[in-house]
Structure formats: C-alpha cells, structure tokens
Design a protein around this ligand. Structure first.
Ligand code: SF4
Length: 69
C-alpha cells in the first residue's frame, strides 16, 4: 500500500467509492504508488496540498467521473 494514503486527498475522497472505475484506479495506483504522479510529487515536494481531483495519472477528474458512485 502507498505510504501516503493517510495524507493523500485523492485517496481520502475516492478510495471508498463503489464504482468499478474508482476501485480499479485505486487498486492500480495505490497498492504500491510507484506509477502515481501524486506520489512522485509528494516524494519531491513533501505532502503538499494537492486537489483531490488530481488523478494518479496526472489528469484532472472529469464531471462524468466525479458523478460515479
Ligand atoms: S493517489 Fe497516489 S499518492 Fe495518493 S494514495 Fe494513491 S498512490 Fe498514493
């Protein structure tokens, strides 16, 4: 599990969502964090305040995405 789960606003906001899309994203990135843009930012700049809607891929969540349960 990524070491930043407790301080990551993306994880706090979306890890408990039910949709397959969110579950897949959390599984793919947050299990180890190595491919995650947020993780890389935290490593370099510390656990700064990134918007929750900044996805691990580096893009921003669309309204369609955010509407998923
Ligand atoms: S989104 Fe990235 S930084 Fe946040 S918990 Fe998941 S892998 Fe870690």
């Amino acid at each position: 599990m990524c070491k930043y789960v407790n301080s990551c606003s993306f994880y706090q906001e979306f890890a408990s969502r039910e949709s397959f899309v969110w579950k897949a994203m959390v599984k793919n990135y947050c299990d180890d964090g190595c491919e995650c843009v947020r993780h890389r930012t935290y490593e370099v700049e510390g656990t700064k305040d990134l918007p929750a809607t900044l996805l691990p891929s580096g893009s921003h969540a669309s309204k369609v995405f955010l509407a998923l349960s």
